[in-house]
Design a protein around this ligand. Structure first.
Ligand SMILES: NC(=O)c1ccc[n+]([C@@H]2O[C@H](COP(=O)([O-])OP(=O)(O)OC[C@H]3O[C@@H](n4cnc5c(N)ncnc54)[C@H](O)[C@@H]3O)[C@@H](O)[C@H]2O)c1
Length: 338
């Protein structure tokens, strides 16, 4: 299938903006829908305006979304509110991640959109019962975020089964790279470790640091999402996107320290984060088989590239860290459920 005209929800965000760049390289015409709550216009700077149009709106606006679906060939659905957001505002998190996904599926089908790519998350699994985790691994999400992403997945699969509507679910594992979030309730472990280390501050681990993750560089994750949208064999399928490697947060801190050239950088430990998944590692056989997808960037290479990207930023690490909230799941200023 050709890309043609595509709509990317959350396309001004971290993974979404990388996806938009890759789609434009494939000569797709892209409509980006983002309310800019966590995304930024600047992430789309430099893209040709005759290929990319940013529409600043909320995916919960059903009438607007129905209008925007007209003439679209593929929807890539990435807009979401994150895992820490779900701890302080579970109802709003469900509204965006689950309910709005159901409405988008209905709108896409009604408008004759030919394919719908639902970008889910490895958080639907909860803590690994065994590794590596294939798509058949049980789903026991720890957080409302994981539960809402799983609900979105179930709706996408139900549309395929009930209506024969071509949907695919991809489950990226933890992703990092340029434009990843260090700030507010979106802040993730790799950017926070890197910026702390670059600013000469201790890296903070919540819990004992034996938690594991499978980290994938953003160009790989976005490439996998494009491939899932293009492959006929992926319709009706649920596909992990990861690197297949597992690393503890303690080991990660050492890798970051090495990348920054501060091998003796300090690590401090804080109480565990509620709902923290203890172990994640992708089985990537299905992505390899259906999409010929393989992550290309190793963790060491990716950390070096992200360090260089931060070094090239106008804003210094200690200034960027002013936007950080250490215990960001307690982010009262962002609480929107009441
Ligand atoms: N980053 C990761 O490690 C990771 C891992 C697994 C899955 N994912 C999934 O990938 C997708 C993108 O994640 P990301 O890390 O780029 O997050 P992000 O926060 O950078 O991107 C999400 C975008 O959605 C937008 N958005 C939020 N609510 C909206 C609404 N109501 N209407 C319109 N736009 C809205 C935000 O402004 C943001 O630009 C998400 O679906 C997420 O669940 C991410």
């Amino acid at each position: 299938m050709q890309l043609g005209r595509v709509l990317v929800t959350g396309g001004a965000g971290f993974i979404g903006s990388e996806l938009v760049h890759q789609l434009v390289e494939c000569e797709a015409e892209v409509v980006v829908v983002d309310n800019l709550i966590n995304g930024r216009r600047e992430h789309l700077e430099g893209l040709p305006t005759d290929y990319v149009r940013l529409v600043v709106t909320d995916i919960r606006d059903r009438q607007r979304m129905a209008e925007l679906m007209r003439g679209v060939d593929i929807v890539f659905h990435l807009a979401c509110l994150g895992v820490r957001h779900s701890i302080h505002s579970p109802t709003e998190n469900h509204d965006v991640n689950a309910t709005a996904t159901l409405h988008l599926l209905s709108a896409a089908r009604a408008a004759g959109v030919r394919r719908f790519v639902h970008v889910s998350s490895s958080e639907v699994y909860g803590t690994a019962r065994w590794t590596p985790m294939s798509e058949e691994h049980p789903t026991f999400p720890m957080t409302v975020y994981g539960a809402a992403k799983l609900a979105g997945e179930c709706y996408a699969r139900a549309f395929y089964r009930t209506y024969g509507y071509p949907t695919v679910v991809v489950r990226p594992f933890n992703t990092y790279g340029p434009h990843c979030h260090h700030e507010g309730d979106s802040g993730e472990v790799i950017p926070r470790f890197l910026l702390h280390c670059m600013a000469g501050r201790p890296m903070v681990i919540f819990g004992d640091g034996t938690q594991t993750r499978d980290f994938t560089y953003v160009s790989d994750t976005a490439r996998g999402i494009v491939m899932a949208g293009l492959a006929d064999s992926s319709m009706g399928q649920t596909i992990n996107l990861g690197s297949g490697g597992e690393i503890t947060l303690r080991e990660l801190a050492c890798e970051v320290a090495a990348a920054v050239g501060r091998p003796n950088a300090e690590i401090t430990y804080d109480t565990p984060r509620p709902g923290d998944v203890l172990r994640l590692c992708a089985d990537v056989a299905k992505a390899r088989q259906l999409l010929a997808f393989e992550a290309r960037v190793t963790l060491r290479e990716g950390l070096t590239m992200l360090r260089d990207w931060y070094m090239s930023c106008e804003t210094a690490p200690d200034v960027l860290l002013e936007q950080e909230i250490t215990r960001n799941w307690e982010f009262a200023a962002n609480r929107r459920d009441e």
